[in-house]
Design a binder for this molecule. Structure first.
Ligand SMILES: *[C@@H]1O[C@H](CO)[C@@H](O)[C@H](O)[C@H]1NC(C)=O
Ligand SMILES: *[C@@H]1O[C@H](CO)[C@@H](O)[C@H](O)[C@H]1NC(C)=O
Ligand SMILES: *[C@@H]1O[C@H](CO)[C@@H](O)[C@H](O)[C@H]1NC(C)=O
Ligand SMILES: *[C@@H]1O[C@H](CO)[C@@H](O)[C@H](O)[C@H]1NC(C)=O
Ligand SMILES: *[C@@H]1O[C@H](CO)[C@@H](O)[C@H](O)[C@H]1NC(C)=O
Ligand SMILES: *[C@@H]1O[C@H](CO)[C@@H](O)[C@H](O)[C@H]1NC(C)=O
Ligand SMILES: *[C@@H]1O[C@H](CO)[C@@H](O)[C@H](O)[C@H]1NC(C)=O
Ligand SMILES: *[C@@H]1O[C@H](CO)[C@@H](O)[C@H](O)[C@H]1NC(C)=O
Ligand SMILES: *[C@@H]1O[C@H](CO)[C@@H](O)[C@H](O)[C@H]1NC(C)=O
Ligand SMILES: *[C@@H]1O[C@H](CO)[C@@H](O)[C@H](O)[C@H]1NC(C)=O
Ligand SMILES: *[C@@H]1O[C@H](CO)[C@@H](O)[C@H](O)[C@H]1NC(C)=O
Length: 627
């Protein structure tokens, strides 16, 4: 190589290095980086942060998130970082593109940093569990995009600034556990879904615009009064409802024909009254009586109008809202009809209208309280209930995708969807965990009693989630034959109210077989064959492979797992209930099958658990598999 060429090469190499360096540097929000360094060097913190001056903010620094162009820092999540002391002046306020800021659960002192008013794009602000003190910022309106604000558990004092009423995107406002005083401003923001002002020193009247939140969102305050305990609908929400009136309202569906009957009765009574009570005195007397009873009725109906909600300071609605919501029948089940009710654009719930409730108010409420307290990712949460003599309603989350039964078999107007093997495994695992959790409630006395594919939905992670808990105990004893027709009821159960954990296990076994075979629990149209009997006969004839849903045969390398699930299913549906495994054992077995689950579980352990055949499992000769 000549000297010249060598020089040229060296030159271009240097140039490249400089270029690379330049590009690297260019892709850094340098000003934001310096602001963060200035911040962290001037506040005591016990947690080590890898904020190295020489490394890339966007790529290396934990707790920091940049925009896609890597030109600005848009999120800083410094919760529980052991920060101690005041926020240094003119540091974080330079991160003007910040959208998310969390400094929650530290020991930050001082007043609300005035520099935060520079963070005009701020959308989520979490400062809860610190030692901030002094007044809240005067002008909230500078954060026009602010959506979630949590300032709870600090020592903020003074009043809630009027300017919060200008935050049109606000959806959560949590100011609990401070020492705020004065009156609550009229926060008439339709998007506000969650409000918590618990434990402050607020006084005066709760504005009407906020009376749609339950009273405990305001509890622990000095001297707050409620003018109107019942939700007042904003004119806005009325308008919204009007524009989407195409679907019939729940009320319409429920009473439908009854109205005609009611009018006839009223007319009859009036005619009757005029004929019988000719005398004026009597008429006046009866009118007085009527007035008294009307008053009584009105107060009773107000009481009746109360829907009981579980947990939280979420937006509430009353019976009127519910009945007026646009509705659609989702299905008719053993215990009643389920409707989809759309309250507002963002709030859709499933409402179950119970029939044949054979217990009184007290027992009903006790059962609802027990079921309503259950919060588990594999149990569909009961959000609210309603009880009156003529109407019993249960309000659940609405699951967009429909039930597992609809997925497997379709229903009128809805095509079935193809569920792959992993989805079916996730359903089985989720439901098993859900039932096991239910069986652990109330000292082991809570039974599901009605496990079937149409009561099973998918949670956000695609795992099974079970609904409709504990209704069997409240219905009249006539129902077992009705239950029998669904094919999930254990043979020993003669009174649906006396379902047992073992009968739940049986029903779960039927569900497993349903997931495996893709067949409904009752087969055939003329001569009904029970799925359990069919599976048993096929397996006995050593045609095991024929059991499985043809749709599943598309997926490679799952035969072993399908056989494992078959064995578990058959163990659950043995005739003698003492020989069935309990639900905890079933959970372990089902989890043992799964590959999907190996990520968050010691898979070797569950594997070995599974490789010891359960005492109840029927040995399926794997050589009968032609696969
Ligand atoms: C950090 O803590 C030490 C000891 O408590 C204190 O002397 C110092 O002033 C603190 N520094 C800041 C910036 O708050
Ligand atoms: C705020 O966000 C918008 C949209 O993401 C962006 O265009 C704007 O530049 C941001 N403002 C600041 C000060 O960064
Ligand atoms: C901001 O926080 C919200 C809620 O915690 C989250 O959904 C969102 O992804 C976050 N945005 C960024 C840019 O981190
Ligand atoms: C706050 O400081 C106290 C001691 O002053 C300490 O006990 C506590 O753990 C700290 N809290 C956090 C969240 O760092
Ligand atoms: C904040 O709101 C403005 C309009 O008010 C909008 O242009 C901007 O994109 C929003 N910023 C973000 C981060 O959403
Ligand atoms: C606000 O903070 C409290 C306390 O940490 C927490 O319980 C609550 O879930 C938070 N709320 C929101 C909307 O982030
Ligand atoms: C708020 O607390 C500070 C002390 O932290 C006190 O000086 C101030 O007077 C209080 N303000 C109100 C309105 O109570
Ligand atoms: C709310 O915003 C309007 C218009 O921007 C302004 O005139 C008004 O003063 C603001 N109200 C409060 C309480 O900040
Ligand atoms: C307020 O403090 C109480 C009592 O410690 C606590 O139970 C509650 O969760 C706190 N609320 C919030 C929103 O932080
Ligand atoms: C939250 O604040 C309440 C009262 O302000 C206090 O009793 C409680 O201990 C605080 N909780 C935590 C976890 O700091
Ligand atoms: C509570 O508030 C009402 C009116 O808002 C007032 O008349 C009454 O004196 C207050 N009571 C106390 C104990 O502060």
């Amino acid at each position: 190589m000549s000297k010249k060429m060598c020089l040229l090469f060296m030159n271009s190499a240097t140039f490249m290095i400089i270029a690379v360096f330049f590009v690297c540097v260019k892709a850094e929000p340098l000003a934001d980086k310096q602001a963060l360094l200035d911040f962290i060097h001037n506040i005591n913190h016990s947690t080590h942060l890898n904020w190295d001056k020489t490394s890339s903010v966007c790529k290396k620094w934990t707790t920091v998130i940049c925009n896609t162009e890597k030109s600005r820092v848009i999120a800083l999540q410094l919760h529980s970082a052991g920060l101690n002391g005041q926020i240094p002046h003119n540091t974080l306020s330079r991160l003007t593109a910040l959208q998310n800021l969390s400094l929650a659960s530290n020991n930050i002192t001082g007043s609300f940093p005035s520099g935060f008013s520079e963070l005009k794009n701020l959308t989520f602000l979490f400062l809860q569990f610190n030692k901030f003190s002094g007044p809240l910022p005067f002008d909230f309106a500078v954060w026009s995009n602010l959506t979630v604000v949590n300032l709870s558990n600090n020592s903020f004092n003074g009043s809630i600034p009027l300017s919060v009423t200008n935050l049109t995107h606000l959806s959560s406002l949590v100011l609990a556990n401070n020492t705020l005083s004065g009156e609550i401003p009229d926060i008439n923001i339709p998007s506000l879904k969650y409000l918590n002002l618990v434990n402050n020193k607020l006084s005066g009247v709760v504005p009407k615009s906020l009376s749609r939140f339950p009273s405990w969102c305001f509890s622990g305050n000095n001297n707050l009064t409620f003018v109107n305990a019942y939700p007042v609908k904003s004119p806005n929400s009325h308008k919204k409802r009007k524009t989407k009136g195409l679907k019939p309202a729940l009320l319409g569906i429920i009473i439908g024909g009854c109205v005609v009957g009611l009018v006839v009765i009223v007319v009859f009574l009036i005619v009757c009254c005029y004929e019988k009570c000719g005398e004026d005195r009597q008429l006046i007397k009866s009118q007085k009586n009527k007035e008294v009873s009307e008053k009584k009725e009105a107060s009773e109906s107000r009481e009746r109008n109360k829907i009981v909600f579980f947990e939280g300071c979420n937006l509430v609605f009353d019976l009127e809202d519910l009945l007026r919501a646009s509705a659609e029948v989702l299905g008719k089940g053993t215990f009643g009809t389920v409707y989809k009710a759309a309250l507002e654009e963002s709030t859709t719930v499933a409402v179950k209208r119970l029939k044949e409730v054979a217990v009184g108010r007290r027992e009903f409420e006790q059962q609802m309280e027990m079921v309503g307290r259950i919060r588990h990712e594999n149990v569909a949460a009961l959000r609210a209930y309603y009880y009156s003599k003529e109407e019993k309603l249960m309000v659940y989350d609405y699951f967009e995708q429909g039930s597992v039964s609809t997925m497997l078999h379709g229903k009128r107007g809805v095509e079935k969807i193809s569920l792959d093997w992993e989805s079916r495994l996730r359903i089985a695992i989720g439901v098993a965990r859900g039932i096991s959790h239910i069986h652990a409630q109330n000292g082991g006395k809570l039974i599901h009693g009605n496990i079937k594919a149409s009561n099973i939905f998918l949670n956000s992670q695609g795992y099974g989630c079970i609904s409709d808990i504990g209704l069997t105990t409240m219905t009249s004893p006539i129902t077992p034959p009705t239950l029998r027709t669904t094919g999930y009821l254990a043979p020993e159960v003669t009174d649906a109210r006396k379902a047992t954990p073992a009968s739940d296990v049986y029903s779960f076994g039927v569900l497993l077989l349903e997931l495996l075979t893709g067949k409904s629990p009752l087969l055939g149209s003329e001569e009904v064959v029970h799925l359990v009997r069919w599976v048993n006969s096929v397996v006995r004839e050593e045609w095991t492979a024929e059991v499985f849903d043809v749709e599943l045969l598309r997926y490679p390398n799952i035969e072993e797992e399908m056989v494992e699930m078959l064995q578990i299913g058959m163990a659950c549906v043995v005739m003698i209930q003492d020989q069935r495994p309990n639900m905890d054992e079933v959970v372990k077995m089902v989890e043992g099958i799964s590959r999907v689950n190996s990520g968050n579980r010691p898979s070797t352990e569950s594997r070995s658990e599974n490789s010891t055949p359960t005492p109840h499992a029927i040995d399926t000769p794997s050589n009968s598999l032609p696969l």
